[in-house]
Design a binder for this molecule. Structure first.
Ligand code: PMP
Length: 446
């Protein structure tokens, strides 16, 4: 017999990225509580949260310090607007973030999720050039396999065919460069000899459309939703150098990679790259509340300064911009990073994670294993020698995910790619358990 909650879920909730006909035929796991890296369902089952509740959770669920910070803030005020007012935690967080980021990035624009952080970045870059008197810069340069969110601007610069194709007629034109997807190089090259041919292709686009491109947008080091595609060392720096050479703004979308996921606080740090605009969300609140920031430089910010009648104002803002509860959670999240020396403590976990992942590369249907920090993608293939993929309709990733769920691990694959992004607080034992379940699930499902 179904529980009343299960019936009500089927009747009323339209789940995201979900074929609801299939959903209605299944039995949803309904989560009631969380504890560290575990999700606990209404019937008391415990599931390791292998994807940090869609890549947001950092220090585990029900973390006392974050709970307390939100509760304390609730006693003061839950929300007041940044349109015409300021608020205490929003100011404190802006200052903390500016300290954490490169000194060049110090102007913080709040919004409430990754997609809006990207929308803000796109509009900011576009309008920056208008204010500079360059009216022709009406396009962006983005990568194939990019994913920057689901709002229409973010989809316009996205490049994941299966998600984005249907909306084609609604999107603005975007120039494209190849994805740094070495396992399936679009240019047919091998990494050992390619000499970054993908950057040459990017440069060609820049050269050809120099006066028409407002900004290049990239996901630093890992193209996450496009398939956990890890760019080769030096690629990101190469993008930065090209942006500088051609006088094009660089937007780093660190919505997925920010806050320690790649082993450093921000992925850009690995290659000493300072973008002109950075987008942060997801882990910013430790995965507790929706909050995002788009951070930029003096150069971009000051182009918007003028008299009111100049109409240089950045006309953008959301109801929950700078939400005090979210900012309080984010401050507590940053305190934990400091107090528990989270980044410093990642190295042994990253080492174990990479070792276990490398071992998995030996499995018959594992074509490629790629990882950076505690982010990983395991690409399943029908034929390892030819790299022949499974047809997407076969839902191979889902078959593995269902097995994993039976064994107490929740993951959400991307097509044929098994995605692993555990909370940074996961222990070595839990990491072993997670990778063990993945290994068994792949063997059983295929
Ligand atoms: N950018 C990147 C790199 C992302 O991975 C995501 C979400 N997966 C987004 C933007 C969009 O974030 P949100 O879902 O919070 O709108």
């Amino acid at each position: 017999m179904n529980s009343p909650l299960e019936d009500a879920d089927r009747k009323y909730i339209w789940h995201p990225f979900t074929q609801m006909k299939e959903w209605e035929q299944g039995h949803p796991v309904i989560i009631e509580r969380g504890e560290g890296p575990f999700l606990i369902s209404i019937d008391g089952q415990r599931y390791l949260d292998g994807v940090s509740s869609l890549w947001v959770n950092i220090h585990g669920h029900a973390k006392k310090e974050i709970n307390d910070a939100i509760t304390a803030q609730l006693g003061r005020i839950a929300h007041s607007t940044l349109l015409g007012l300021s608020n205490v935690p929003a100011i404190q967080l802006a200052e903390r973030l500016a300290d954490l980021l490169d000194p060049a990035l110090s102007h913080i624009f709040y919004s409430d999720n990754g997609s809006t952080a990207v929308e803000v970045a796109l509009k900011m870059a576009f309008q920056y050039w208008k204010h500079k008197g360059e009216d022709g810069r009406n396009s962006f340069l983005a990568l194939n396999n990019a994913y920057h969110g689901d709002t229409l601007g973010a989809v316009s610069v996205g490049g994941v065919e299966i998600f984005h194709h249907a909306f084609g007629p609604l999107l603005f034109k975007t120039f494209r460069a190849p994805s740094p997807y070495c396992y399936r190089c679009e240019l047919g090259r091998e990494r050992a000899e390619c000499d970054f041919a993908c950057l040459d292709a990017m440069e060609e686009q820049m050269r050809g459309h120099q006066g028409g491109i407002a900004a290049v947008i990239v996901e630093p080091l890992v193209q996450a939703a496009g398939g956990m595609i890890v760019s080769p060392p030096g690629y990101l720096k190469g993008v930065r150098d090209l942006c500088t050479k051609y006088g094009i703004l660089m937007i780093a979308d660190e919505v997925a990679t920010g806050f320690g996921r790649t082993g450093q606080m921000f992925a850009c740090g690995h290659e000493g790259v300072v973008p002109d605009i950075i987008c942060l969300s997801k882990g910013i609140t430790g995965g507790y509340l929706p909050l995002a920031v788009t951070v930029t430089t003096d150069e971009v910010y000051s182009a918007f300064l003028g008299e009111f009648r100049d109409l240089k104002t950045f006309f953008h803002g959301h109801s929950y911009t700078g939400n005090p509860l979210g900012c309080a959670a984010a401050l507590a999240c940053l305190d934990i990073f400091e107090k528990e020396k989270v980044i410093e403590g990642l190295a042994p976990k990253v080492e174990l994670f990479s070792k276990l992942l490398r071992e998995m590369a030996g499995l018959q249907h594992v074509g490629d294993v790629r990882f950076r920090g505690l982010m990983a993608g395991v690409e399943l293939v029908r034929d390892k020698a030819t790299k022949e993929p499974y047809a997407w309709e076969e839902k191979i990733g889902w078959r593995v995910a269902l097995k994993a769920l039976e064994k107490g691990l929740f993951i959400r694959p991307l097509g044929n790619i098994i995605v692993l992004i555990p909370p940074l607080s996961i222990t070595m034992d839990e990491l072993r358990r997670m990778l063990g379940i993945i290994r068994d699930s792949i063997e059983e499902a295929l």
